[in-house]
Write a protein that binds this ligand. Sequence first.
Ligand SMILES: CC(C)(COP(=O)(O)OP(=O)(O)OC[C@H]1O[C@@H](n2cnc3c(N)ncnc32)[C@H](O)[C@@H]1OP(=O)(O)O)[C@@H](O)C(=O)NCCC(=O)NCCS
Length: 342
Amino acid sequence: MTNAAITGWGYYCPPCVLTNREIAEHVDTGDGWIRSRTGISERRIAGPEETTSTMATTAARRALDQARLSPNDIDLIICATTTPDYLLPATACLIQHQLGAEHAGAFDLNSACSGFLSALIVGNQFIQAGTCRRILVVAGETLSRFINWKDRQTCILFGDGAGAVVLEATRQSAGILSTVMGCQPDAERLLTIDAGGCARPASAETVAESAHCVRMRGNDVFRQAVRHMTQASQDAMAKANLLPDDIRTVVCHQANLRIIRAVQDRLGMPSEKTFVNVQRTGNTGATSVAIALGQMLGEQPARVGDHYLMVAFGGGFTWAAVTLRWADLALIVGDRGLQKSA
Ligand SMILES: CC(C)(COP(=O)(O)OP(=O)(O)OC[C@H]1O[C@@H](n2cnc3c(N)ncnc32)[C@H](O)[C@@H]1OP(=O)(O)O)[C@@H](O)C(=O)NCCC(=O)NCCS
């Protein structure tokens, strides 16, 4: 049985910081309100020259360096994003070009904030099927360009950034252990970007209405996020025969500190086992779990055999959860040499 292990990881947060106080200079809100309702203190905003593909390429380079691989070693690039550079070409194709990953196929995937985990699950299938050996799973978002900065209900929540992992084939009994994906129609249209697609093409009118920006009824989305992330986490742990005690760290979608704490409490996980970075990043959409995973691995280096749970919820509605057993990366790097000489 071939399994898929994470052998490299990297993330990129743009240097420009936007604080709650700065937002409160433009809309009727306050630092205290934002922090108490969301846990967010600041978020990062892409610079004028930055796009989803440029940030994702930087994150991908960092993941490749960490894995000690070059772009030419990659068979496939999957990019999760809700905010692509263009409708065409796909952002993954731009990343492939910027990296010079000449042997890699490339495509985008959109399942909103569940994007990184959905892409990881798709990559896992390619590796288990034997179609690919090494895949770059990348997520990037430039949500700041799809925010109505006059809407206090949404403009306080989101940030920009990118994250990436290298997923690599291994015969070890490690890597991705179980996966869960789900979808439930957002019948009431609680979380949407209404214009810019073929149902409502961009026009002077849509721009005047800011209909190309994120619209959300936050408190209804909140309840759905808690319910589905809890259930998906429980299902993923059950599929892998893991109990909460077996998990070293849970990496949740970083939408709101209150959502993360509610999920953690329902799972019976102590707060020290739940990684949180939403204070500094805001909700970075498809990217959030990838950035959180990269920061978590930087702060608490993984040990062979450690178990992790990752879970996300997003527009659609969509949700996804993945459990992981940390592989012996030195063995995987050693096997690469053997494959080359064979
Ligand atoms: C958006 C969110 C922070 C709002 O917090 P909440 O506690 O649910 O607050 P409500 O929406 O019920 O609004 C409560 C009041 O605060 C007001 N309010 C909304 N945004 C505000 C802001 N930025 N500053 C001050 N007041 C605000 C509302 O107008 C409302 O006022 P009212 O009672 O006079 O009508 C919260 O619902 C949330 O994080 N939801 C999930 C969003 C999310 O993460 N979505 C993505 C999932 S992938």
